[in-house]
Design a protein around this ligand. Structure first.
Ligand SMILES: Cc1ncc(C[n+]2csc(CCOP(=O)(O)OP(=O)(O)O)c2C)c(N)n1
Length: 371
């Protein structure tokens, strides 16, 4: 049966009215509709999850924010998705890293709001797909609901209080979870963070410290091309005028980001900091092959000789420093963010610390899945 827009809208609003535990799942294409999304969430009493690349579009201090799903999801975010009976995907194509290739959405009523027909979900089958300008679609939904505004989402009782762990003083380098926390805490209230495809992104996705003022650039859901965060960070710094941090893996910097160091130095822009996540090679690959029990020589992903990135930064004309603890990372970054010229921080991260397994390995090896 072919349905027109009004039929689809009416049908999906009816479906939503009968939902007991609806969830909004917000993707990057919803960026123009954030206040409308917040209003809809309050009307429905629905928690808001974002996809990885949309992290920071929703203020993570907001009581309706439930964090990121699916790559990098916290226990709370996973619980929220598991218990929901109806998911409204707003500006997401529900791809591999937003939906565990559709597995996470199984058995739920799905409504998708998109502004591009090529974004129709292919990993699952939504009951309703509405195509149009996303802010308007969201507003139409809100208007169609007669529910009263709620003070808290249905999921509030599922939230467990995350304990703030003290920075560890182990000697093998910075524990990655502490490192990303140190970075998030050192970011000025209005700033930008461009994070490359690296293990730091996984740790970052799990900490609720970002918002629209302190905004993240990440492109894990689409191209996931290593090295791109350096160019993105330069662009963000120039376009927004805000202090900007580029966070990139050591492999990523050597592979395709290193040429940009000279560009950064020659531009001479201050309040621009490159943090190299120095963990002796590729942690995502290291942990990925281990999780899948693939037997490869360790030198395919781990280096015996660690490049000295501070020396490399200086050779390119940047101010550069090496840090070995989370607290010195935080202190150094706070100062570097105010510096009149660009700074490179070589952050020595514990190469033995495991990355959160998350989607990629979870569905590659179902026997280890916690879902
Ligand atoms: C251009 C490109 N080549 C290869 C990959 C596959 N890949 C994803 S993560 C990764 C290793 C990343 O290592 P690093 O940048 O050091 O970050 P870490 O995982 O150690 O934090 C590789 C090779 C990719 N995403 N992009």
């Amino acid at each position: 049966m072919i349905m027109n827009h009004s039929d689809l809208m009416r049908g999906s609003i009816e479906r939503l009215k009968s939902a007991k535990r609806p969830v909004l799942h917000v993707g990057p294409d919803a960026w123009r509709a954030i206040s409308d999304v917040a209003e809809l969430a309050r009307r429905l009493g629905a928690p808001i999850l974002t996809t990885p690349d949309a992290k920071s579009l929703i203020d993570e201090d907001d009581p309706y924010s439930a964090g990121v799903f699916s790559f990098g999801a916290t226990e709370y975010a996973q619980r929220v998705m598991r218990q929901s009976d109806c998911v409204i995907g707003i500006g997401t194509n529900w791809g591999e890293f937003a939906s565990r290739s559709g597995v996470a959405l199984g058995g739920k009523s799905l409504i998708q709001l998109i502004d591009d027909p090529t974004e129709v979900a292919v990993t699952s089958t939504p009951e309703f797909v509405l195509l149009g300008a996303i802010p308007e679609l969201v507003r139409e939904f809100t208007k169609g609901l007669d529910r009263q505004e709620r003070t808290a989402p249905w999921s509030s009782t599922l939230r467990s209080v995350a304990r703030r762990r003290p920075y560890s003083r182990r000697s093998r380098g910075i524990p990655p979870a502490d490192g990303v926390l140190a970075i998030a805490e050192a970011l000025p209230e209005r700033s930008r963070l461009a994070c490359d495809v690296c293990s730091a992104a996984l740790h970052l996705l799990a900490i609720p410290r970002l918002n629209r003022q302190k905004r993240l650039w990440l492109q894990i859901e689409r191209s996931a091309c290593m090295g791109a965060a350096v160019a993105a960070g330069i662009g963000l710094r120039m376009a927004t005028g805000l202090p900007t941090v580029i966070l990139i893996g050591d492999w990523g910097l050597l592979m395709s980001g290193s040429s940009e160091l000279a560009t950064i130095a020659s531009l001479g822009i201050g309040q621009l900091v490159v943090i190299v996540w120095s963990n002796a090679g590729g942690a995502l690959i290291r942990d990925g092959v281990a999780a899948q029990r693939i037997d490869v020589p360790s030198d395919t992903h781990t280096w015996a000789i660690q490049p000295r990135f501070a020396a490399m930064g200086k050779a390119c004309g940047l101010d550069a420093v090496t840090v070995r603890t989370a607290s010195s990372l935080r202190r150094t970054l706070s100062t570097a963010m105010q510096a009149p010229s660009p700074v490179l921080i070589d952050a020595i991260v514990d190469p033995h610390a495991p990355s959160p397994a998350m989607d990629r390995y979870v569905h590659l090896d179902a026997s280890r899945s916690s879902e």
